[in-house]
Design a protein around this ligand. Structure first.
Ligand SMILES: Nc1nc2c(c(=O)[nH]1)N[C@H]1C(S)=C(S)[C@@H](COP(=O)(O)O)O[C@H]1N2
Ligand SMILES: [Mo]
Length: 437
């Protein structure tokens, strides 16, 4: 975390989360965490306890080890910051409050978790293999993770991953699914091999249309034959320099929750295309039709619809590059400062496949806007730092609103954008409360 300006942090409202809720209810309810542990895996519990559960096979299923039973320490299971917000524990879905996303490169401890099924318990990295097949592969092959690491050049990029449903909580009528508020986005540094290098060595035909993944997580139903999620990207995205089969996150083995031992990372697109625990890649000669590729999953109406409409599946289009967006990561919403003090404000902005070209802020509810400083991305598809210093005109209640514009002149809307049945792509301006006293 960058250094906090002295004096401001200390002056935060006693409970900024409560302040947020009072003001506009943007913060998901961190409902009681007690009891969440009962559904998680034994291997994860052992990690949290710091010891193997020797008689695990004798432990009645559903029992919480006494060492964990009476505390709220779910976050130890995944090495997370305790202030992340659990939306669901079956499957595990956890978001990050904006002020914990202040780092330029998001640490694993603050990276949101989005799962559609049950994570594999103890993936065997040494013997991990990826099968590459599909209609547009000349000859299907199996590549071990070791070979992948040894035979192909490694590349490292900072890549923004945002869940397509980030911001869903604000749509009305409400959309079903995890009620993400603001923090289902992060930008870590990923190291791996280029998907392009791998596919070129395997040999693909000119029939290739889409690259799909299959993974090792398990369906919630317990049915071993049911695929949790199998999504993909058009070949043009798959073959970009920055599309990786990654095995390191911020220089270390990828944590289990984020796809250990190997995951796809295709920055700037909905997070769902960045498959975790990848076991198989399929080079398709059609637009991939795996689970969560079809119907209304990760799709929005091709043409805008009135809120609450029913939309025919054939009128739904696959989400590709994510829209321009930004997040204020300092100060925390609810900050209180003394009159005459200047407030340093900072955050990140990103724009799917594009770059952010302009960053502005308003302290008068959008009536007037001023420029923020905006840094270039570390590389293509990395989020960009913005910052500014605000001098408030006097005592009172203010909101700082932030608005990004992308390189094609698209700008974040000030209110919730186009309603869609599944509540995707809410890129409305982020706003924080500041009181000058
Ligand atoms: N195998 C697998 N990969 C997956 C998912 C999943 O459920 N299973 N969820 C996807 C979704 S919807 C998102 S937003 C990202 C989240 O990545 P993270 O958990 O590392 O933050 O992973 C994607 N990859
Ligand atoms: Mo997602």
């Amino acid at each position: 975390m960058e250094k906090e300006e002295k004096g401001i942090h200390a002056l935060y409202a006693a409970d900024p989360i409560a302040a947020d809720k009072r003001l506009w209810g943007r913060v998901a309810d961190p409902h009681t965490r007690r009891g969440f542990l009962k559904k998680s895996g034994l291997a994860a519990m052992a990690v949290a306890l710091g010891a193997e559960i020797v008689f695990a096979d004798k432990m009645p299923s559903g029992l919480i080890p006494a060492g964990l039973a009476n505390n709220d320490e779910w976050y130890k299971l995944f090495g997370k910051d305790k202030d992340l917000i659990v939306l669901n524990d079956r499957p595990w879905n956890v978001e990050t409050p904006p002020h914990l996303l202040d780092d330029v490169v998001t640490p694993a401890s603050r990276f949101f978790m989005r799962n559609n099924g049950i994570m594999p318990e103890a993936p065997d990295a040494k013997n991990w293999k990826i099968t590459i097949e599909g209609e547009a592969v000349k000859t299907p092959v199996e590549i071990s993770l070791n070979d992948l690491k040894e035979k192909f050049k490694h590349h490292t990029y900072q890549l923004t991953i945002e869940c397509g449903g980030n911001g869903r909580a604000e749509f009305y009528p409400p959309a079903k699914g995890n009620q993400w508020s603001l923090g289902a986005v992060a930008c870590a540094e990923w190291t791996g091999v280029r998907v392009r290098d791998v596919l070129e060595s395997v040999g693909i035909t000119d029939q290739a249309v889409y690259l799909a993944y299959y993974a090792a997580d398990k369906h919630l139903s317990g049915d071993p034959d049911k695929v949790v999620i199998s999504r993909g990207v058009p070949m043009s995205k798959a073959m970009e320099d920055e599309t990786l089969l990654a095995f390191k996150m911020n220089g270390e083995d990828i944590p289990l929750a984020h796809g250990y031992p190997v995951r796809l990372v295709a920055g700037g697109w909905p997070g769902s295309v960045s498959g975790k625990w990848v076991e198989k890649l399929s080079v398709r000669n059609i637009v991939h039709d795996g689970p969560k590729m079809t119907g209304d999953a990760y799709r929005v109406p091709c043409k805008p619809v009135p809120p609450g409409s029913e939309v025919n599946p054939e009128d739904m289009c696959i989400i590709e590059s994510m829209p321009v967006k930004s997040l204020i990561t300092y100060p925390k919403s609810g900050a209180i400062i003394e009159e005459g003090r200047k407030l340093e404000v900072r955050g990140h902005a990103w724009a799917g496949d594009l770059e952010v070209s302009k960053m502005e802020y308003s302290i008068d509810f959008g009536a007037s806007w001023k420029r923020c400083e905006l840094k270039a991305p570390a590389n293509r598809l990395a989020w960009q730092r913005f910052n500014t210093t605000i001098d408030f005109p006097g005592k009172g209640y203010y909101e700082v609103w932030a608005r990004a514009t992308d390189s094609k002149e698209a700008m974040q809307p000030m209110v919730i954008p186009g309603w869609n049945p599944k509540g995707y792509l809410n890129n409305a301006c982020h706003r924080i409360a500041v009181k000058v006293v």
